[in-house]
Design a protein around this ligand. Structure first.
Ligand code: EZ4
Ligand code: CO
Length: 406
């Protein structure tokens, strides 16, 4: 069996998605997500100029050898662009392998370890009251876990805030312009506010729902230690990205001060980014996912390392990861022994129409489909109706204009 063609498809049904579509001489095709929000065309160029010419003629079933060939073949390896490009190819090859075997990919990863995948939804509000009501609406719809964010009083914009539940699903859309939106951040205002939010949410919702919060890389280690301590009475499932993920020493400081569980890793590209945090048990959940961490082949390796240290998976699953990534993530989530939680924000109907899929949501759980392969495809005609639009994620400044982390 041979790879005959690799297409790199860019489509923008509300936001940009990059998809790798691999064709073979036996007529079987596979798809992989290669979307890197805000830097999409860098991955497209990496694929089209460097990887595609190396793939034509190869055996699509040699997933491990192809992964090693693409990874080791770049002397300057790792990094988000490289690893997202490799992920797109690797995911498409696993899709083909499943179709050739006549089995859903989770079967090739060891079969079911659970009946379905527990997800968390995104609740938010312009006020604490709105955020509490939003969280309650998720619980009413069957969600067992909810991430809660609310606007910080005195700031014009806060990460993660959507005004209504429809807006919730779109609240991470990039500005439709080449220049990013500029937000303003105030750490002291945030630190004063965040515990009051969770005090109110726990009071209203009681002890049952699992609660999460995304700090989005905004604190120092010491500030995060303070927040973690102040959140302890509300028993969060996790405090996410408390510090910029590259500042790994800071996780030691956080760990020394608080039992609030910590999750990080959505921006990590490889097992080497995660290794110290896992081995020293500085985190409770590792948030790497298929598209940004080298595909199914490499993500499985990260989660196997994590399993040795009681660290569970908590894969990133915002709407800037395509349904192809979500489908692939669900196969991994269904199979691994140390699954923790899966982030889930429903895609828009336009996006779902471009990427028909057989996974479904019910009662707080996502269910993987039984089709051979990943159970997701790209409708090329539908995709072609949504041309690429330049877009950026926001940037963040302190009140005095200093550039800060977003
Ligand atoms: O901000 O995917 O936990 N989820 C997140 C996401 C990220 C976006 C960035 O593109 O942090 O909402
Ligand atoms: Co996050």
């Amino acid at each position: 069996m041979k790879i005959t063609d690799v297409e790199v498809v860019v489509t923008c049904p509300g936001r940009n998605f990059v998809t790798v579509r691999v064709s073979t001489d036996e007529g079987v095709t596979g798809v992989g997500d290669a979307t890197l929000n805000g830097r999409e065309l860098a991955v497209v160029a990496y694929l089209r100029e460097h990887l595609v010419p190396q793939l034509v003629g190869r055996d699509p079933l040699r997933t491990e050898d192809t992964w090693q060939y693409l990874y080791r073949g770049a002397s300057w390896r790792r990094g988000p662009v490289t690893m997202t490009a490799i992920a797109g190819v690797d995911t498409a090859l696993w899709d083909i392998k499943g179709k050739v075997a006549g089995l859903p990919v989770y079967q090739l990863l060891g079969g079911r370890s659970r009946e379905a995948v527990t997800v968390y939804g995104h609740a938010s509000g312009a006020t604490v009251e709105e955020a509490v009501a939003s969280a309650a609406s998720y619980v009413d719809r069957g969600y067992r876990a909810v991430r809660v964010q609310s606007a910080v009083p005195g700031l014009d914009s806060t990460y993660g805030i959507g005004g209504s539940s429809a807006a919730d699903a779109r609240s991470y859309e990039p500005a439709d312009a080449a220049l990013p939106t500029e937000n303003v951040w105030d750490t002291e205002a945030y630190l004063a506010h965040a515990p009051t939010l969770f005090e109110a949410v726990r009071r209203e919702l009681g002890p049952a729902p699992r609660l999460l919060h995304d700090v989005h890389h905004r604190l120092t280690g010491n500030e995060a230690a303070r927040l973690g301590k102040e959140l302890e009475p509300y028993h969060l499932t996790w405090m996410e990205d408390p510090v910029p993920a590259e500042l790994q020493d800071a996780f030691r400081l956080i760990r020394q001060h608080t039992t609030t569980p910590v999750a990080t890793g959505e921006v990590f590209s490889s097992i080497y980014d995660c290794e110290l945090l896992i081995r020293e048990r500085l985190i409770d959940y590792i948030r790497t996912t298929v598209v940004h961490a080298g595909g199914i082949t490499h993500l499985r390796r990260i989660f196997d390392l994590a399993a040795l240290y009681d660290v569970r998976s908590g894969s990133h699953g915002a709407t800037d990861l395509s349904p192809v990534c979500l489908a692939a993530a669900l196969h991994v989530d269904t199979a691994i022994p140390n699954f923790g939680l899966q982030e889930y924000m429903p895609h828009t109907p336009e996006t779902d129409a471009v990427f028909p899929h057989d996974y479904w949501f019910e009662d707080g759980l996502l269910h993987v489909g039984e089709s051979p392969g990943l159970g997701v495809d790209i409708d090329l005609d539908e995709a072609a109706t949504y041309p690429y639009r330049p877009a950026s994620l926001p940037v963040n400044r302190l009140r005095d204009g200093t550039m800060f982390h977003w």
